[in-house]
Design a protein around this ligand. Structure first.
Ligand SMILES: Cc1cc2nc3c(=O)[nH]c(=O)nc-3n(C[C@H](O)[C@H](O)[C@H](O)COP(=O)(O)OP(=O)(O)OC[C@H]3O[C@@H](n4cnc5c(N)ncnc54)[C@H](O)[C@@H]3O)c2cc1C
Length: 409
C-alpha cells in the first residue's frame, strides 16, 4: 500500500522540494541520526560530533531558513511546501529534524516581533549565514515549571508560583537571574536563545516576557548535556543566568502581550510537531512494510499473512489520517498568521496529540512486525519507538495539552 498525497493540486515545484528533502533525509540525516543516537550526550555535543556537519549541510541547503525574508536571501516557500519538507526531514531522523527546525527560533521571533534594529542584529546574520554556525533555541521550561509554563493563555490553567528565571528592570537594562531546565533543545550547542522570563516573580506565571539574546554574554553557563530516551540527536541541556545584563530592546514583549503571543507560538509549534510526527510515523511504516515483504515465515513472506496485513492496514490508516490532519492544520494556521487572522491553538493541539500518539502506535506495531529483530540495533525500529515516545512529551505532554484544548471548547 503506497501512501499518497491527497492534495492533488500540489505544484511540481513543491514536489521537487519534497524530493530533494527526501534525498537529504535518506543520504545524510538517517545515517547521521543513527550514529548520534548511539553516542553519549557528551560525544553528541563535542566539537567533532557529526551533528555540526549536519547543521552545516542543512543550512547550506536552506532547510532551517525556509521562512527567510526575500531581502535577506530567502525565497517564498508556501506553507504546504514547508510541511512537505519537514515531513521528509523527520522521516530521515526526528532528532536532527528538530535540531534543524529549532535553530531558527531566535531569528523567526526577531522577524515577527522585533524592531528594524533587532532584525538586523538577530535575523539577518542568521538568515545570511550558510555554514550552520549560528544556532538558536527556545528556552521556556524550568525545573519546577514544565506544563505550567504552557497554559498561560487560558485563565483557568494559570498557576501562581515563583518563576525560576527572573528578569528585573534597572534603568535601560534588564538583569537576568535563574535557570532553564535541562529540556532546552539545542541548549548545549545554541549560540542564541529566544527566552521566556518572569517579570513579576511572585505573581502568576502569565506575568512573563520574551527576550532574545546571544548566549555568550557574561554570566551565562550551561549544564551537562542531557542523557535521554529518544530524539537523542536533538541535544538538550540547562542554561544558567547569573546577573546577565541585556539592553531593554532585547525584551521583545512584556506582560501585556505575553499570554496572547504564547497562544500563537504554541499553536505554530504544536502544528509543527504534528508534521514532524507524521514524517516519523511514515519512516516506521515504510520500514515495517519493507520488512514484511522480505521476512519469510510460514513458508511465505509475512506480508501474505492476514494478521500482518491487518496490522499494516491499521498503520496505513493512522498514517494517512496524521498526514491530512497535520498538513491541514499547519497550512491553515500559517496562512492565518500571514493574513493577520486568529490562529487556532486547539486545532494545533489536536494535530500534535493525535499525530504523536499515532506515531507511537505505528512505531510500536512496526517493532512487533519485526519480531525479535525489532529489539535489536540492527534495525531502526526501536529508535522510532523511542523517538515517538519523546514526541508525546515534547512541546507539552499530550494529556496536559488535551486538557488545555478541552478548556477552550
Ligand atoms: C523531546 C523533548 C523536547 C523538548 N524541547 C524543549 C525545548 O526546546 N525548550 C523547552 O523549554 N522545553 C522543552 N521540552 C520540555 C517540555 O516542554 C516539557 O517536558 C513538557 O512541557 C512537560 O513538562 P514537565 O516535563 O515538567 O512535566 P510536568 O509538567 O511535571 O508534567 C508531569 C505530568 O503531570 C501532568 N500534569 C501537569 N500539570 C497538569 C495539570 N495542570 N493538570 C493535569 N495534569 C497535569 C502532565 O500531563 C504529565 O503527565 C522538551 C521536552 C522533550 C521531551
Amino acid at each position: 500500500m503506497d501512501h499518497i498525497n491527497y492534495e492533488l493540486d500540489i505544484t511540481d515545484e513543491d514536489l521537487e522540494l519534497k524530493g530533494a528533502a527526501h534525498k537529504f533525509a535518506k543520504d545524510v540525516l538517517r545515517p547521521a541520526g543513527i550514529k548520534i543516537d548511539r553516542m553519549t550526550a557528551e560525544e553528541a555535543t563535542s566539537a567533532d560530533s557529526p551533528l555540526f556537519e549536519v547543521m552545516r549541510q542543512a543550512t547550506e541547503l536552506g532547510y532551517n531558513r525556509m521562512g527567510a525574508p526575500e531581502n535577506m536571501g530567502g525565497s517564498v516557500v508556501s506553507p504546504l511546501a514547508a510541511v512537505l519538507v519537514n515531513e521528509e526531514l523527520a522521516w530521515g531522523n526526528m532528532g536532527l529534524a528538530g535540531a534543524i527546525g529549532l535553530s531558527s527560533a531566535h531569528a523567526s521571533i526577531a522577524m515577527a516581533l522585533g524592531s528594524e534594529e533587532i532584525k538586523e542584529e538577530f535575523a539577518r546574520p542568521f538568515f545570511e549565514c550558510t555554514d550552520g554556525s549560528i544556532i538558536g533555541c527556545w528556552a521556556v521550561t524550568e525545573p519546577d515549571h514544565g506544563s505550567d509554563t504552557l497554559g498561560v493563555m487560558q485563565p483557568e490553567m494559570v498557576v501562581k508560583a515563583r518563576g525560576q528565571l527572573i528578569a528585573r528592570k534597572t534603568g535601560d537594562d534588564y538583569i537576568l537571574n535563574g535557570q532553564k531546565a535541562a529540556w532546552v533543545s539545542n541548549g548545549p550547542i545554541a549560540t542564541h536563545a529566544m527566552l521566556n522570563v518572569h517579570l513579576d516573580p511572585d505573581n502568576t506565571l502569565d506575568q512573563g516576557g520574551i527576550c532574545l539574546l546571544p548566549l555568550n554574554l557574561p554570566g551565562i553557563s550551561r549544564g551537562k548535556p542531557l542523557d535521554k530516551l529518544g530524539v537523542r540527536a536533538m541535544t538538550q541541556g540547562e542554561i544558567f543566568f547569573d546577573d546577565v545584563r541585556i539592553p531593554k530592546r532585547y525584551m521583545l514583549l512584556d506582560q501585556t502581550m505575553f499570554a496572547p503571543y504564547m497562544n500563537i507560538h504554541l499553536a505554530m509549534f504544536n502544528a509543527g510537531v504534528g508534521t514532524f510526527a507524521t514524517g516519523l510515523a511514515r519512516a516506521a511504516y515504510d520500514a515495517a512494510y519493507d520488512y514484511a515483504q522480505n521476512r519469510i515465515q510460514g513458508g511465505k513472506p509475512i506480508i501474505e499473512h492476514q494478521s500482518v496485513r491487518a496490522r499494516l492496514f491499521r498503520m496505513f490508516t493512522l498514517l494517512q489520517t496524521c498526514q491530512s490532519l497535520s498538513r491541514g492544520v499547519f497550512v491553515y494556521n500559517a496562512t492565518a498568521m500571514k493574513r493577520g487572522v486568529a490562529v487556532r491553538l486547539e486545532h494545533s493541539i489536536a494535530s500534535k496529540v493525535y499525530c504523536t500518539n499515532s506515531a507511537l502506535e505505528i512505531a510500536t506495531l512496526g517493532l512487533q512486525l519485526h519480531g525479535g529483530n525489532g529489539m535489536t540495533k540492527e534495525y531502526p525500529c526501536e529508535m522510532f519507538v523511542r523517538d515517538a515516545t519523546a514526541l508525546t512529551v515534547a512541546d507539552g505532554e499530550n494529556a496536559y495539552l488535551a486538557q488545555l484544548a478541552a478548556s477552550m471548547l
